[in-house]
Design a protein around this ligand. Structure first.
Ligand SMILES: Cc1ncc(COP(=O)(O)O)c(C=O)c1O
Length: 401
């Protein structure tokens, strides 16, 4: 570690360098991966959560009685205050529904607004669970493929309009910030998409689970904050789960100002009992939003450094790879087109030869096949190990072909 970095880390209140053994903890990321392989795939972080969250959970555990909870007023206040202090936007309590997760929310919203034969629009390459949820609800996926040009992704608005024009398209799932391409959509892009959706009667379902994890020089805009019309034509899903590494605690929110939409969504949430958040999830949600902002600010500094480390490592040691400029999320998107190997085979070889598990871009849509996704939310030492494995795997691959 260089002196400057060591000094900055010393000034940090929280220890993101701490390596925690996650093996044999029923971790989906670690306990489905072979012992000798380093997992850098599933979107959770290897950092210990904020001490205040641990404390609140211990206190609850010590109480020793875990009957059915209610969702207290403080839960809604925490969500409202977070929007206000981080994004200077005022949401109202009547707009919030609590849910056991963003994916269950997406499914409920799809059920509330679509019928068999309808289509839901997404933008490939995108978080693959969007497609899965649409298809499991027996609906068709329509895609407005993102365009990759000069190392950056942009939206094909002409194609977007053609897709939303289709009367069967009832809903557009926007991913803002976008997993896996790492874009934070700017106001102009959001405005253009939002206007086309209003013009063609398509509701915008904005998944903003990654909103808090944005890099320096980029700014996230909540879709619904752009204007009253957008607010009335949209549904926003948010959660503290990515931000504070509490995905296993299952607590999230749907924000919807349109009363008619809210009634429809709440009906499906009730039918499927999707609002019964776990007793520990309620506590963690409130503590994270109310008391852990300083932890997040330090996390962002740490992630920024990890991101810069990865970029310079790849520039220096793996010039055939290109990092797509990350604007948000700890999930980095690497262009592998110069390796002349498809992403699935590369992922398989990296696991066999490099002992590293990443996600092949094909998972996120056919236009993701020249890419891999790597999760950098881990202590720097672990990231260094992962990058060595990546380098090794690619070198050994060369000897094989
Ligand atoms: C865009 C997006 N939405 C939703 C989720 C998962 O949300 P939840 O765990 O609340 O169901 C993820 C997880 O990676 C994600 O990237």
């Amino acid at each position: 570690m260089d002196i400057e970095l060591a000094q900055e880390n010393k000034a940090m209140k929280y220890d993101f360098d701490k390596i925690i053994d996650r093996k044999n903890t029923n971790s989906s990321k670690w306990d489905t991966t072979k012992d000798e392989v380093l997992p850098m795939w599933v979107a959770d972080m290897d950092f210990e959560v904020a001490p205040k969250i641990i404390k609140t959970i211990i206190n609850k555990a010590k109480h020793g009685v875990f009957g059915y909870p209610i969702v207290p007023e403080k839960f809604y206040d925490a969500e409202i205050n977070w929007w206000k202090k981080r994004y200077n936007y005022h949401i109202k309590k009547e707009w919030i529904s609590q849910v056991i997760g963003v994916v269950p929310s997406l499914s409920a919203i799809i059920q509330a607004f679509c019928q068999k034969g309808d289509k839901v629009l997404v933008q490939h390459p995108v978080y693959h669970v969007f497609d899965a949820v649409i298809q499991k609800n027996e609906l068709e996926v329509a895609t407005n493929d993102l365009i990759y040009e000069n190392g950056r992704y942009r939206i094909d608005f002409e194609d977007f309009e053609n897709k939303v024009k289709d009367e069967k398209v009832k809903l557009f799932i926007l991913c803002n910030p976008h997993n896996p391409v790492g874009r934070v959509w700017d106001k102009d892009e959001l405005r253009q998409m939002g206007e086309l959706c209003i013009k063609h009667n398509v509701i915008v379902l904005s998944d903003e689970i990654h909103r808090d994890l944005v890099y320096k020089n980029y700014k996230y805009t909540p879709f619904c904050s752009i204007n009253e019309e957008f607010l009335q034509n949209s549904i926003t899903c948010t959660a503290p789960s990515k931000t504070f590494n509490i995905a296993g605690l299952k607590a999230s929110s749907i924000i919807v100002a349109n009363e008619n939409y809210k009634q429809k969504i709440d009906k499906v949430l009730n039918q499927n009992i999707l609002s019964s958040i776990n007793i520990f999830g309620i506590e963690a949600f409130i503590t994270a939003y109310e008391s852990c902002e300083d932890w997040l600010d330090e996390l962002l500094i740490y992630l920024e450094k990890n991101k810069d480390y990865l970029i310079s490592f790849i520039d220096k040691n793996l010039p055939k790879l290109k990092v797509v400029e990350p604007e948000a999320t700890y999930l980095l998107w690497l262009d592998i087109s110069k390796l002349n190997i498809n992403s699935k085979l590369l992922a398989k070889k990296l696991e066999e030869l490099g002992k590293l598990r990443i996600i092949p871009g094909l998972v996120y849509g056919e236009n993701g096949d020249n890419f891999i996704r790597i999760n950098i939310a881990c202590p720097l030492e672990v990231l260094k190990d992962g990058l060595k494995r990546l380098e090794n795997g690619i070198k050994l691959l060369k000897y094989q072909t």
